[in-house]
Design a protein around this ligand. Structure first.
Ligand code: SAM
Length: 499
């Protein structure tokens, strides 16, 4: 049973500072035609009609109860037209959009990730030119921009994921070419009463529709961040940081991604470095047995998170593995070491083992739940970066072992780069780059591939390699390393990249 909240995603904007700031961004005069596309209990409509009792408002709402309440609440207002409808499929709205729009102002807190079944999602994707249909807020944004008149204003409160997630590339292009963005404020989702996504921050975007492409590309807008409390929205306290971006520059950057950290050297490096990790490495996700409880074993029960797993018989482990083993073991051994997720730098000890007899591998190849994927990279030399990082990105050597699906395996096409890349994937420089490409803690291969690669000169490369050799030896023998060596590598990389 799907809960009502998952369908409607009705998190109401119960915060005066947010509501006041958003309404002020519309700079209303009272003569506008306004749309509230997911009206809820009318938090945005109330302050607007308080100031302009006669302003024209269309309030759309899908939920029966909310719709009835709105009808009662605004029964005395002939200028407020409450409609029970699905904004995303409303045919009158679609018609209005096909005629070039009809609203002067649109304000909303649309549902985020509202649930729809697969068939509906397919339909939505078709009618929204293939736009990503799992995340409802971007479809609301698209439809509402379409519904604006030329110079019509829109203010939305939405997660910040549209700014750089790969799946929102199309909506970015649409915004950048069809509107003039005024400002984007970024703040933690905890400012929003009752909501804390953890995975993303929230943003308030304010923009103006523009039929004139030339002026959209030349337009400069502000990114505003650094708020210490919600009341600071719209103020200019000292801690608040504002910087400007030009739409043309964002449109020219890879995947039209908005770099919101404001550091020029990082923005330049992302936009101007032609060579990317994806050009010099293959980046792939690893293996999953489909049933780790039965097939995965642990060195002993002192290993973290080992409770559900049996200890392995070390006599049955094949430690010298190479690419010839992708179809399974053919000797008397039964297990191979596997590198799992978890943020550990440089080297992960052999703590986990996968049942890798040739029969089991045949089973993995055919089982529906198992993921026997990218097998040509199994048991090769590469770097494993966990898909989700705790605080900073980390990389550890895979070195002739299997690696699991919680890891992105990075395999340099030229092995001479291996140790330099191992130093790089553990450096603050790399962390700044990946967090600018994607501000969440997600390191999926799509983002890793986009990290710029700058080659060091031979002397620097040799020094970094030497330090990495020492660090690896120390990790293998004492599971610790000299942080001074790491710092020297980090400084060298900082010099190469400039930050
Ligand atoms: C996040 S709430 C926001 C409500 C209100 N604007 C506010 O900020 O407090 C989203 C509202 O949109 C409604 N809703 C969800 N999907 C909708 C759709 N497809 N069309 C119209 N309304 C929808 C929900 O019932 C809910 O009331």
């Amino acid at each position: 049973m799907i809960s009502e909240n998952r369908i409607y995603q009705a998190y109401y904007t119960k915060s005066d500072p947010i509501v006041n700031y958003m309404v002020s961004l519309l700079s209303l005069k009272g003569s506008e035609k306004i749309l509230e596309p997911c009206a809820g209990d009318g938090v945005f409509i109330d302050p607007i009609v308080k100031t302009f009792p006669d302003v024209q408002v269309d309030a759309f709402e899908l939920n029966d109860n909310s719709y009835s309440n709105l009808l009662v609440k605004y029964s005395d207002f002939r200028n407020i037209n409450v409609k029970k409808t699905d904004t995303l499929t409303d045919v009158d709205l679609q018609f209005l959009c096909s005629m070039g729009g009809g609203y002067d102002a649109i304000i909303a807190n649309p549902p985020y990730g509202a649930w729809r079944d697969q068939e509906e999602r397919r339909k939505l994707k078709r009618s929204y030119n293939g736009f990503y249909a799992k995340e409802s807020y971007s479809l609301f944004l698209y439809r509402c921009i379409e519904a604006l008149n030329d110079k019509g204003k829109l203010v939305f409160i939405i997660p910040d994921t549209y700014l750089n997630l790969h799946m929102h590339k199309d909506i970015r292009k649409y915004i950048l070419t069809q509107t003039r963005i005024k400002e984007i404020s970024l703040f933690p989702s905890s400012y929003f009463p009752g909501v804390n996504f953890g995975y993303a921050n929230l943003s308030i975007i304010s923009l103006e529709k523009s039929f004139n492409q030339k002026t959209t590309l030349e337009n400069e807008f502000s990114i505003i961040k650094g708020f210490s409390k919600v009341e600071e929205l719209g103020s200019n306290n000292d801690n608040i940081r504002t910087f400007n971006l030009k739409q043309k520059d964002v449109l020219n950057s890879p995947d039209y991604s908005f770099v919101t950290n404001g550091e020029k050297p990082i923005v330049n490096c992302l936009n101007l470095t032609e060579l990317k990790i994806g050009d010099i490495c293959d980046c792939v996700t690893g293996f999953y047995s489909g049933n780790d409880k039965d097939f995965l074993k642990v060195r002993n029960k002192t290993i973290r998170n080992s409770k559900r797993y049996e200890a392995v018989n070390l006599d049955l482990v094949e430690f010298t593995c190479d690419a010839s083993l992708i179809d399974g073991l053919t000797n008397e051994k039964e297990y191979v070491p596997i590198v799992k997720g978890g943020n550990r730098k440089y080297y992960k000890p052999d703590d986990w083992f996968m049942n890798w007899s040739s029969e089991k591998v045949d089973f993995f190849k055919n089982d529906k739940k198992a993921r026997y994927q990218n097998s040509s990279y199994y048991f090769r030399k590469g770097i494993g970066v966990p898909m989700v990082s705790s605080s900073s990105i980390t990389g550890a050597l895979i070195e002739n072992r299997l690696f699991d699906q919680s890891i992105v395996g990075i395999f340099p096409k030229d092995e001479t780069n291996l140790y330099y890349l191992l130093a790089f994937f553990n450096s603050p420089t790399c962390n700044k780059l990946i967090r600018s490409i994607n501000s969440s803690t997600n390191n999926s291969s799509n983002y890793i591939k986009k990290i710029p690669f700058i080659e060091p000169d031979n002397q620097v490369l040799e020094k970094i390699n030497e330090r990495i050799r020492t660090i690896l030896e120390a990790c293998k023998t004492s599971q610790d390393f000299d942080s001074g060596l790491e710092e020297l590598n980090n400084n060298a990389i900082k010099e190469i990249y400039g930050f």
